[in-house]
Design a protein around this ligand. Structure first.
Ligand SMILES: Cc1cc2nc3c(=O)[nH]c(=O)nc-3n(C[C@H](O)[C@H](O)[C@H](O)COP(=O)(O)O)c2cc1C
Length: 158
């Protein structure tokens, strides 16, 4: 069965809630195994064994949080081993113009450098789900849709 890793960092719970909603979308497919981890608990084996990797971070000064960058930097140990896997990213920020897009792009840059395949979004936040503050119903729906979309792509490439 295809496997998708959701790896997130969250201090006050907003990004974690988004991660749970994305998992809900993946679970709804019924045939995708989901590995749900904090970035601090994510191992190189987790990265290597997943067919898709979705990373979530709060927006900290317009980029990913240190804890997420730490995982990204550590992932050099997997360099060349993540090529062709599906990648995705999401974030929670304090303000609408607080750097949420640049945060998602900072994560996606890392995934692209690994040679991963990134799915854009035509009918929502284009680079990946964004929540300004606590996720509301609209964000929830977007996260569920994103989970489904990534899961479908992973299966298609499987
Ligand atoms: C160190 C730090 C830096 C932050 N920098 C930004 C920022 O640049 N732009 C912004 O909109 N929000 C910023 N915030 C607010 C968080 O992104 C926001 O509260 C987010 O929802 C927290 O996610 P969490 O509940 O998953 O921890 C910052 C918060 C902290 C603690």
């Amino acid at each position: 069965m295809a496997k998708v890793l959701i790896s997130y960092f969250s201090k006050s719970g907003h990004t974690k809630k988004m991660a749970e909603y994305i998992k809900e979308g993946l679970d709804s497919l019924g045939d995708v195994d989901v590995d749900f981890k904090k970035v601090q608990d994510t191992t190189m084996k987790d990265l290597r064994s997943a067919d898709g990797i979705i990373i979530g971070s709060p927006t900290y000064f317009g980029v990913m949080a240190t804890e997420v960058k730490h995982l990204m930097d550590k992932s050099i140990q997997c360099y060349g081993k993540l090529v062709g896997k599906v990648g995705g990213a999401f974030t929670s920020s304090g303000m609408i113009g607080g750097g949420n897009e640049t945060t998602i792009m900072s994560i996606l840059q890392g995934l692209l450098i690994h040679g991963m395949i990134v799915q854009g979004v035509h009918n929502g936040n284009h680079y990946g789900p964004v929540s300004v503050g606590a996720p509301d119903k609209e964000v929830r729906d977007e996260c569920v849709q994103y989970g489904k979309m990534i899961g479908e792509l992973v299966k298609k490439l499987g």
